[in-house]
Write a protein that binds this ligand. Structure first.
Ligand code: NAD
Length: 471
């Protein structure tokens, strides 16, 4: 069993002396995987001091001087990509063959794409008689969740570093493997001391970091519940915040759309990573007259989702992260069952492997728009189907939750789909199955967050404009 008992501060590993630790388990076998020590506010203070000391020197390097470090980090991560994909699969439960591509290769590509912005991004702009310089915000606190651990670290740390910020990263204590890989990458690339510091811990360490006066910005990805607290705390001294929070994304099927394609893609999105995906389309909104056919297609799609060991090449859905997550998701299903919705697939009484934190892919139809299932993020493999009688009602339903992270629109013609997409209060909308674009801004309306990650928008989050008026 692994022990994660070190921070990485000021270019060196530091043993964590405080006594508290948590244990994480293999999501498929329930065998203990690792003990993770939790740091203290004192450790955070050292990490922040290191980041603050390192910031002017890092800024002075210029973007062209900083970009090679990002590329070098990508190279080191690439060298251990197979091992890291395996570790993430065991922790989080994503099937290994998806894990390599989505959890590891995609973020490595993002490190490189961010580095490439050094060549094209205008850090200095002229507006009339003003020279506007985009300056790094300063020392940044980055706090990340467990579901796509390397991706979420990359989406903040890569642009923050390119911008000239230094970072104290507190990754999720529940998916620790990536933390060790990042520490090794900092060492191997000889990243200057203090530029990227990693502290292990949970809520207490996160709070100490957010409230530290020498942190100028908090970039947080996680639940809306915690994000709210973090934003409130950061507001105390007017720190800049970037919040990537939960979602309850809609897949809107318009009359005349290819129902079969829409159902397949919605099911794939909803059940990806066992539903542990912030942007999963977890509400399918269909014309009422299509419901019988849709029901049939959904039942078939769910039956084709093979549940099992993430290491098995045939597996489409692995387990959830932990017993705690399984229990939470099962409570949502029990409530839907009690509400009497039309169970199309799954439920808590269908057989799943006896060992591992499995929940069968579950679909309920005719879900009431005001129910918890239609409004709250489940973060597990549960799809809610809602019916509508007019396109206006479909748009109203899609916009009716407090979230606004992502959405899909399915239409007989792409132009009509785009019109509806523009009526949705969501940060990322794809039309007729269009592919994900990592350079496009990603983030949410409403309670899904504040700010954007990805491409130039993600970089601008870490830059503060200064305009100098010239005579
Ligand atoms: P979480 O909110 O429980 O934890 C996120 C991080 O915050 C962890 O590192 C945790 O240790 C830390 N934390 C907990 N309490 C804190 C506090 N009081 N102060 C500071 N930090 C604190 O979320 P999670 O369970 O790790 O992740 C799942 C959630 O993340 C889901 O809601 C999901 O939708 C969301 N998410 C959003 C995006 C996005 O881009 N919008 C991406 C991935 C996940």
């Amino acid at each position: 069993m692994k022990q994660f008992a070190q921070h990485y501060i000021d270019g060196a590993r530091r043993p964590i002396r405080a006594g508290e630790s948590i244990r994480v388990y293999d999501s498929a076998t329930e065998a203990p995987l690792a003990d993770v020590s939790l740091g203290t506010a004192g450790d955070v203070a050292e990490a922040v001091a290191a980041a603050a000391r390192a910031q002017p020197g890092w800024q002075a390097l210029g973007a062209a001087g900083r970009a090679p470090y990002l590329r070098a980090l990508a190279d080191v991560l690439e060298d251990c990509a197979a091992e890291l994909a395996n570790e993430i699969s065991r922790e989080v439960g994503m099937p290994l063959k998806l894990s390599r591509r989505i959890q590891v290769d995609a973020p490595i590509a993002a490190w490189r794409a961010t580095a490439a912005l050094a060549d094209t991004f205008a850090f200095v702009r002229t507006i009339g008689n003003s020279r506007v310089t985009l300056a790094p915000v300063g020392a940044v606190a980055a706090i990340t969740p467990w579901n796509y651990p390397l991706h979420q670290i990359t989406a903040k740390v890569a642009p923050a570093l390119l911008a000239g910020c230094t970072v104290v990263l507190k990754p999720s204590e529940l998916a620790p493997a990536v933390t060790e890989r990042m520490m090794a990458a900092c060492e191997q690339t000889k990243l200057p001391p203090g530029v990227l510091n990693l502290v292990l811990g949970g809520a207490a360490v996160g709070e100490a970091l957010v409230s530290h006066p020498d942190i100028q910005m908090v970039s947080f990805t996680g639940s809306t519940t915690v994000g709210r607290k973090v934003a409130a705390q950061a507001a105390g001294d007017m720190k800049r915040v970037s919040m990537e929070l939960g979602g309850k994304s809609a897949s809107v099927v318009l009359p005349g759309a290819d129902l079969s394609r829409a159902v397949k893609a919605t099911v794939n999105s909803c059940f990806l990573n066992s539903g542990q995906t912030c942007s999963a389309t977890t509400r399918l909104i269909v014309p009422r007259e299509d419901y019988p056919q849709c029901r049939q297609l959904l039942a078939e799609a769910a039956a084709a989702m093979k549940l099992g060991d993430p290491a098995d090449g045939e597996t489409r859905i692995g387990p959830l992260l932990s017993a705690h997550q399984r229990q939470r998701v099962q409570a949502h299903i029990a409530e839907a069952e009690q509400a009497g919705f039309d169970r199309i697939a799954g439920g808590v009484d269908v057989p799943v492997p006896a060992t591992g934190y499995f929940v069968a892919p579950t679909i309920y139809g005719n879900v009431a728009p005001d129910s918890r299932l239609a409004n709250e993020e489940v973060f597990g493999p549960v799809l809610a189907v809602l019916c509508y009688d007019s396109v206006d009602e479909a748009i109203t339903l899609a916009n009716s939750t407090r979230y606004g992270l992502a959405a899909s629109v399915w239409a007989g013609d792409d132009g009509a789909g785009e019109v509806v997409a523009n009526g949705l209060r969501a940060g990322q909308v794809d039309v007729n199955g269009a592919r994900f674009n990592p350079a496009a801004p990603f983030g949410g309306f409403g309670m899904s967050g504040v700010g954007r990650e990805g491409g130039v928008y993600g970089l601008e989050e870490f830059l503060e404009p200064r305009s100098v008026q010239l005579p």
